[in-house]
Design a protein around this ligand. Structure first.
Ligand code: NAD
Length: 570
């Protein structure tokens, strides 16, 4: 393992110490500049003869690559080309991504990454990231030391591949999700790629399609479960602490039961968070806060229904209730203001819950009775909307078209401007489409979705549909954790992230119907979220004390920009 030494001078120039020469340098994607190597660099670093004679600028290279990608209409082809570019020249890849986030985020991340995950074994070119399997037990630290190129890793996205997006167990292919998320970290938050490591914990798969697929490249055996699974994870976390002390782990796409178990099991052992639960919670709070800004009210004034009591529904409910408490409500009242519905109806404590964590989400029976929902057989979404009269309806069920016309019209009878967030992905799983929601409410509702949707014409105006994408939170959260040396991602830290994002939407964006900023503002969002996170953690005593006035500078200093660095020969 080598330490990739890079630094930023006071004038903004980025410098890298380069020990490699000739073909080895050309083959290192974090150092390769391709045709942009200058005559001097070619002479000094043993590159003469390896490249055609003409030198190009990064802008010329970007134009060429962009044209080549535009000529490929198929999103999966674009994905494969972009992955190849990342494996060849990371600065060029990240410049292209950062400067064209609206165009390429849907390729390196949802929805196209879903297809890449499914087809992983067929589109595989070369390994990126690290695969840990049960065969590595007893020597995971050694595997990390041997296989990881750079020793200054500070951020890991780790998945066990079982609950990928809305497409379930994808075995070793889940690696594409870890790679995609870390690409967004680098492009949006400016975390240097050498400091990042994607990991797939390949503990087998229970997906029969993969187990029966000759081409499948992952471990062809049923998933490790129970004690042996957690023993492997225990060793993995210890090995991370040993080899990369102080690193942050983002747990990604674990099945709900394991996600909760992993989050609490390692909370005191390693700085970590789960994006599906905690990141999504912050996104939904930010969207609700933005809507409250438009309505001139507070989050505490809302009556909210969360439809879908899984990982996302749990994180959203916890954080909405916490935001209401921060607004001055008691925890009891905050609990009564957010009701949660699962596939069996409204969660109320007069019925046994199918899973332990749902107990905290359920209403007391008295609350249900007070709202006229005392009859356990009459607690479906339509009944709840009729009696509870929610001001905000959030969809995290993964089931398309469940916010029907009659339910939405009923909601709109009681509320001047209903707030409706169908967050389920991919597109066909959205609980309703924005055009219908706006039509059924005569253009009155405020909408944001999980998947991207086209603008909608209603009543002579154009409503832009903003995306409640987790990418607005996790890059800044991770950057803040690293800068602030935050030990624990507390509810207060998440609330600060949500507030920072909610304040970011401009008046112009709000006026066109958006609740979240435009996607090209992801780098701005990452900075704002990181600064808020550092300040909140310092105030809570879970992070480094940094004087408030110094935080923006320290965040800026920690970031990298994907411009070719100057090389210093060592
Ligand atoms: P999950 O499987 O953990 O939870 C889904 C829950 O929905 C289950 O608990 C189930 O009880 C409930 N459900 C299923 N059918 C239902 C029905 N007919 N009526 C009511 N509830 C029903 O999944 P998850 O990780 O919580 O994700 C849920 C959805 O949210 C997915 O589609 C995912 O793509 C989406 N999501 C979106 C974002 C975002 O946009 N920012 C972030 C995370 C998750």
């Amino acid at each position: 393992m080598q330490f990739l030494r890079f630094r930023r001078e006071a004038d903004g120039r980025q410098i890298v110490d380069v020990a490699l020469r000739g073909p080895a340098l050309y083959a290192e994607p974090l150092l390769n500049k391709g045709s942009a190597f200058t005559t001097e660099e070619r002479a000094k670093f043993g590159l003469e003869g390896l490249l055609p004679a003409t030198q190009k600028t990064m802008e010329q290279q970007l134009d060429r690559v962009h044209q080549m990608l535009r000529a490929r209409p198929d999103p999966l082809d674009k994905y494969v080309e972009l992955a190849a570019l990342q494996d060849r020249n990371e600065h060029l890849f990240f410049r292209l991504l950062r400067d064209n986030l609206e165009e390429f985020l849907p390729i390196v991340y949802t929805p196209t990454v879903g297809a890449a995950t499914r087809h992983y074994s067929n589109i595989f070119r070369r390994g990126r990231g690290l695969f840990i399997t049960p065969a590595h037990k007893g020597r995971i630290a050694k595997v990390l030391r041997q296989a990881v190129k750079f020793s200054n890793v500070r951020l890991l996205v780790v998945t066990d591949n079982e609950a990928i997006l809305g497409i379930g167990d994808q075995g070793a292919g889940g690696m594409t999700i870890s790679i995609g998320k870390l690409s967004i970290y680098s492009a949006a938050a400016g975390i240097h790629p050498a400091q990042t490591l994607p990991i797939s914990l390949d503990v087998g798969t229970d997906n029969p399609v993969l187990l029966n697929d000759e081409a499948y490249l992952g471990l062809r055996q049923p998933r490790l479960r129970g004690k042996p699974y957690f023993e492997l994870l225990d060793e993995f976390v210890d090995a991370i602490n040993e080899v990369f002390p102080g690193a942050l782990i983002q747990w990604e796409d674990f099945r709900k039961d394991n996600a909760l178990a992993v989050l609490s099991r390692y909370a005191d052992r390693v700085a970590s968070f789960n994006d599906d639960i905690q990141g999504t919670g912050a996104i939904a709070v930010a969207g609700t806060m933005s809507a409250a800004r438009v309505l001139g009210s507070r989050i505490a004034d809302q009556r909210i229904i969360v439809f879908g009591a899984g990982a996302a529904g749990l994180g959203i409910t916890q954080q909405l209730r916490a935001a209401m408490v921060a607004d001055g409500l008691t925890p009891e009242v905050a609990r009564q203001r957010v009701g949660v519905i699962d596939s069996r109806g409204l969660l109320v404590d007069d019925k046994p819950q199918s899973e332990e964590y749902k107990k905290e989400l359920a209403w007391p029976a008295q609350t249900a009775a007070d709202y006229g929902l005392g009859d356990p057989t009459q607690r479906d979404l339509a009944s709840v909307v009729r009696h509870f009269k929610p001001t905000v309806l959030i969809g995290t069920s993964g089931i398309g078209q469940t916010f029907t016309e009659s339910i939405v019209r009923e909601m709109a009878k009681h509320v001047a401007r209903p707030v409706i967030l169908p967050l389920s992905n991919p597109t066909e799983n959205a609980e309703a489409v924005p055009a219908d929601l706006l039509a059924w409410t005569e253009g009155r509702c405020l909408v944001a979705t999980g998947s991207p949707f086209d603008p909608v014409q209603v009543g002579g105006r154009t409503v832009t549909i903003s995306q409640g994408n987790n990418a607005f939170v996790f890059p800044g959260l991770g950057l803040g954790v690293l800068v602030g040396e935050i030990k624990r991602v507390t509810p207060g830290v998440l609330a600060a992230a949500a507030r920072a994002l909610a304040n970011l939407a401009t008046q112009e964006e709000l006026d066109t119907g958006m609740l979240f900023p435009r996607i090209h503002r992801l780098p701005e969002a990452a900075r704002a979220v990181a600064e808020a996170v550092v300040a909140a953690a310092a105030a809570e005593g879970v992070g480094r004390m940094i004087p408030e006035a110094d935080i923006p500078e320290q965040v800026a200093q920690a970031t990298w920009t994907p411009d070719y660095p100057e090389f210093v020969a060592v």
